[in-house]
Design a protein around this ligand. Sequence first.
Ligand code: NDP
Ligand SMILES: Nc1nc2c(ncn2[C@@H]2O[C@H](COP(=O)(O)O)[C@@H](O)[C@H]2O)c(=O)[nH]1
Length: 325
Amino acid sequence: MEIFDYDNILLLPRKCRVESRSECDASVELGGRSFRIPVVPANMKTVVDETICLWLAQNGYFYVMHRFDLDNVKFVQDMQAKGVFASISLGVKKADYETVDQFVAKGLVPEYITIDIAHGHADSVKNMIGYLKEKLPKSFVIAGNVGTPEAVIDLENWGADATKVGIGPGKVCITKLKTGFGTGGWQLSALKWCARVATKPIIADGGIRDHGDIAKSIRFGASMVMIGSLFAGHEESPGKTVEVDGVLFKEYYGSASDFNKGEYKHVEGKRILEPIKGKLANTLVEMEQDVQSSISYAGGKKLMDIRKVNYVTLGGDNAGEHLLM
Ligand SMILES: NC(=O)C1=CN([C@@H]2O[C@H](COP(=O)(O)OP(=O)(O)OC[C@H]3O[C@@H](n4cnc5c(N)ncnc54)[C@H](OP(=O)(O)O)[C@@H]3O)[C@@H](O)[C@H]2O)C=CC1
Ligand SMILES: Nc1nc2c(ncn2[C@@H]2O[C@H](COP(=O)(O)O)[C@@H](O)[C@H]2O)c(=O)[nH]1
């Protein structure tokens, strides 16, 4: 198997078919809705909050609210009362089952539910998917995180409508160091490996450092990418603002860090500072424009045209050109 990551791949252009990049359509469909770009901010406490989620939904972007210190029932009620879709995260513990029961009792149906645990290839996820499909059959269920084709096959067979791929490639992730496991360092080829067997959408989660990595993820089989670090350093980001030598930063910490957990147990995440780089809305517009450019370099007009391009690997044992024959 070829092993590579975002830094060792470049996509190869095909003859341009548009006169302006504005003709290129960066939108993607997920769960019956169309979103402006194939990007979702990570469901982490220092990346999204209620205000950001509402703004994203109102402006044509997908979102997944985090599940930490949050009343999921109130969140769904609030979002739906404001006329936008509700997209929440759930774990697999007793309290998460009770949340589902409350939805049913109140007649609430979140449009999207992401089952979000560290080791998503597990019976606990199978059981939660089964429960959701029984109690809330209309909700679109995203399940993860996983990093192998076997896991993608299982999650899909258990009923997941989409899977989330990425174990440990995140910027504040220390899973690789603490456990010796994961897709950190080879996330893009792990995505390729998983996409070969997937029959439903994959969300590639973690490791995106530059906007061009979005197109690379689409090329290797993602329908969407989940990004934390590139979103954590905005004026509106929920993390604490910290000043260092006159420069403003936002804190960004892992969901499995002691900062998020409130205790040092099974810690697989750390805290870093991200320089503040302006408004979230501007970054999203820039991402859309960059994805439009990617589509134009792919010789296409729509997002999935990126899937058709050849690529080269730079450096290492697998270096070379990879042609689609
Ligand atoms: N994408 C990634 O690489 C990673 C992401 N995270 C994020 O951190 C957050 C917290 O995750 P998580 O700790 O799973 O959530 P929870 O604390 O809600 O734990 C979920 C359940 O899974 C169990 N569990 C967690 N890890 C393992 C494992 N390796 N093997 C067996 N059981 C396990 C937990 O039990 P117990 O704690 O008793 O073992 C618990 O019952 C999530 O948002 C997750 O996405 C965390 C690590 C890696
Ligand atoms: N191993 C860990 N992974 C984590 C933790 N908290 C979040 N995450 C994952 O990272 C991505 C974001 O990655 P980025 O490279 O865009 O910053 C996020 O969506 C989670 O899947 C953690 O504590 N440990």
